[in-house]
Design a binder for this molecule. Structure first.
Ligand SMILES: *[C@@H]1O[C@H](CO)[C@@H](O)[C@H](O)[C@H]1NC(C)=O
Ligand SMILES: *[C@@H]1O[C@H](CO)[C@@H](O)[C@H](O)[C@H]1NC(C)=O
Ligand SMILES: *[C@@H]1O[C@H](CO)[C@@H](O)[C@H](O)[C@H]1NC(C)=O
Ligand SMILES: *[C@@H]1O[C@H](CO)[C@@H](O)[C@H](O)[C@H]1NC(C)=O
Ligand SMILES: *[C@@H]1O[C@H](CO)[C@@H](O)[C@H](O)[C@H]1NC(C)=O
Ligand SMILES: *[C@@H]1O[C@H](CO)[C@@H](O)[C@H](O)[C@H]1NC(C)=O
Ligand SMILES: *[C@@H]1O[C@H](CO)[C@@H](O)[C@H](O)[C@H]1NC(C)=O
Ligand SMILES: *[C@@H]1O[C@H](CO)[C@@H](O)[C@H](O)[C@H]1NC(C)=O
Ligand SMILES: *[C@@H]1O[C@H](CO)[C@@H](O)[C@H](O)[C@H]1NC(C)=O
Ligand SMILES: *[C@@H]1O[C@H](CO)[C@@H](O)[C@H](O)[C@H]1NC(C)=O
Length: 468
């Protein structure tokens, strides 16, 4: 809207200037030598002119632009031709013609597109049929070149790309922009010199890397930059390059034997790195796992099988198969019955802090089981009184803390609120899982700082100060 107003006022200004020039010309031709300019030196007023009159117009994609084709005589009929020589007559659309009451023919670009670039010409209608004289004909044309700039963009460039180890690969970067920008590459922030490099080569659609190895994994920044006489700009995109490889185990020490008891629960985990991220499959005694007593938690690089032990038939061999297109792995975990641990026989407060408790927990040794199956620690679950009310007494919202005898025999629950009441329960842990939970105990943290009654007037003053 503003552009339109500005343009029309500009138009008015130019029109009045033209009128002045015309007036001057009239006087020169009438008065002859009156002003001292020989009539032959006066350039003939072209019957057509453009406003704005600069012969080339530069715009960015999506900008709007209007140009007028104006005639000296109001009754001359004009038309616009596009860069392909087609006459444009449509009065609607992204690029259209508007006939102004002043007789000017406006060419309106609502949103400039790349395809609009080229030479647009305004000419007098019917001129081509009549006058064959080339010089005269040229005077009946007015043209401008539309130059279209396009912002730098990276089109369909993928932010995560993965390539095969041991082969040559291309890190794709599809840079778009008009005029075309220069592209440079950085690897983990370091400039990549592609001149005379036996490793890297810069291609129009990306960075070519020879004989890819794991060491080539990382962040590649594709940077596009351009400097033109009228503007300069740059943009960049960072691509994470992953190197494809067959799966390998993330941890060595997964136990080949695990224990559980009927009525308990157990987690069997399988963690493996691979690129592309591998798929995980669990089998029980060579068959797929059926029924409702299990859940599988899948992540990019691992799958955990959670079993609710309801039946002795659930013991046996659990096989985890890991595969991606480059290879596969498998591992068997033998799930054996183990004794359910005895619950703690002593569970009380040992020490009180403003932000925590130290607990006293004890369980007698189990006489009829091997040393390996004795309890090795405790799990404590706790909720503040208000959390307990909020969760309607559901312990699945409780926080948990695990202790094992490796860490010593001190059981401290830290990071609690002061002067707050907590509900707590505890269970013993052995290789076969958790014991039954103990009865719920209620403990309150120390209240910490004490109010000093002799300072009451000062507290009141401070409060009053805060309130105002
Ligand atoms: C042009 O505008 C359209 C819609 O307004 C938008 O979808 C497109 O991304 C824009 N193009 C550029 C190059 O800014
Ligand atoms: C437009 O015309 C000018 C002058 O005649 C010429 O130099 C230029 O190459 C033309 N541009 C296109 C895109 O045809
Ligand atoms: C690239 O190699 C050519 C020929 O071997 C040599 O003339 C030129 O100086 C080298 N350029 C750089 C930047 O090393
Ligand atoms: C590719 O690189 C590996 C080491 O990463 C090397 O052993 C091998 O010879 C190289 N292959 C070629 C064709 O250069
Ligand atoms: C796993 O063990 C093998 C051989 O015992 C060793 O070479 C490898 O580095 C270990 N891997 C991890 C991730 O600990
Ligand atoms: C198994 O894993 C789930 C999810 O991580 C966890 O909530 C649960 O306590 C674990 N069970 C056992 C017996 O460790
Ligand atoms: C345990 O599983 C077996 C075989 O699936 C089945 O026959 C048996 O009824 C199950 N026992 C119980 C108590 O569910
Ligand atoms: C071990 O003894 C406890 C009682 O001390 C008993 O409840 C449990 O069933 C026994 N376990 C085995 C495996 O005999
Ligand atoms: C406790 O909350 C969990 C998780 O929202 C829900 O699955 C479970 O059924 C709830 N238990 C009871 C007894 O409401
Ligand atoms: C501790 O909390 C109780 C109840 O929430 C409250 O009555 C008491 O004033 C608090 N004590 C201190 C020192 O904050």
């Amino acid at each position: 809207m503003d552009t339109l107003i500005a343009l029309s006022s500009l138009l008015l200004l130019l029109l009045s200037q033209n009128a002045a020039i015309l007036g001057q010309m009239d006087r020169t031709s009438i008065g002859g030598s009156g002003i001292g300019i020989p009539p032959s030196a006066t350039p003939p007023t072209p019957p057509l002119s453009l406003l704005p009159s600069t012969p080339s117009q530069t715009h960015f994609v999506n900008e709007s632009f209007i140009i007028y084709c104006q005639t000296v005589q109001k009754d001359i009929d004009t038309k616009w031709r596009d860069p392909r020589g087609q006459t444009r007559e449509n009065t609607k659309g992204r690029v259209h013609i508007e006939k102004k009451t002043s007789g000017h023919l406006a060419l309106v670009f609502e949103h400039i597109a790349l395809e609009d670039r080229g030479n647009w010409t305004c000419e007098v209608n019917g001129n081509r049929n009549g006058n064959r004289n080339v010089n005269v004909e040229r005077e009946y044309l007015a043209s401008f070149e539309l130059l279209v700039n396009q912002k730098i963009s990276f089109g369909k460039t993928e932010l995560v790309q993965s390539v095969r180890e041991g082969r040559d690969a291309l890190v794709n970067c599809f840079v778009e922009g008009m005029p075309a920008p220069e592209v440079s590459w950085h690897y983990n922030g370091e400039y990549i010199n592609t001149v005379n490099s036996s490793k890297h080569n810069r291609l129009s659609n990306g960075l070519y890397i020879r004989n890819v190895s794991q060491a080539d994994a990382g962040e590649y920044t594709c940077r596009a930059m351009r400097i033109t006489p009228t503007f300069s700009d740059s943009d960049q995109i960072t691509i994470l390059l992953r190197i494809q490889h067959k799966p390998h185990w993330s941890f060595n020490e997964t136990l080949p034997v695990q224990y559980a008891y009927v009525g308990g629960a157990v987690n069997l985990s399988c963690d493996s790195m691979g690129e592309p991220p591998p798929s995980f499959t669990w089998l029980h005694n060579g068959k797929g796992i059926v029924g409702f007593n299990h859940r599988i938690f899948v992540a990019d690089y691992g799958a955990t099988l959670q079993l609710q032990m309801k039946n002795v038939s659930q013991f046996g061999d659990y096989k985890c198969k890991v595969a991606n297109p480059l290879g596969m792995l498998e591992r068997v975990i033998k799930l054996r019955p183990g004794p359910k641990p005895l619950g703690p026989t002593r569970f009380q407060l040992k020490r009180l802090y403003t932000n925590g408790f130290e607990l006293d927990l004890q369980t007698p040794p189990m006489t009829n089981v091997s040393d390996e199956m004795q309890i090795y620690g405790y799990r404590v679950a706790y909720l503040s009184e208000s959390e307990f009310k909020f969760s309607a007494g559901n312990w699945s919202y409780a926080k948990q803390r695990d202790f094992s005898f490796h860490g010593g025999y001190k059981y401290i629950i830290p990071h609690l609120e002061k002067n707050t009441t907590y509900l707590m329960r505890a269970a013993s842990r052995n290789l076969a899982g958790l014991s039954d939970w103990s009865a719920v105990k209620v403990f309150t943290t120390a209240s910490g700082c004490r109010w000093n009654p002799s300072l009451y007037p000062i507290y009141v003053l401070i409060l009053a100060f805060i309130w105002t």
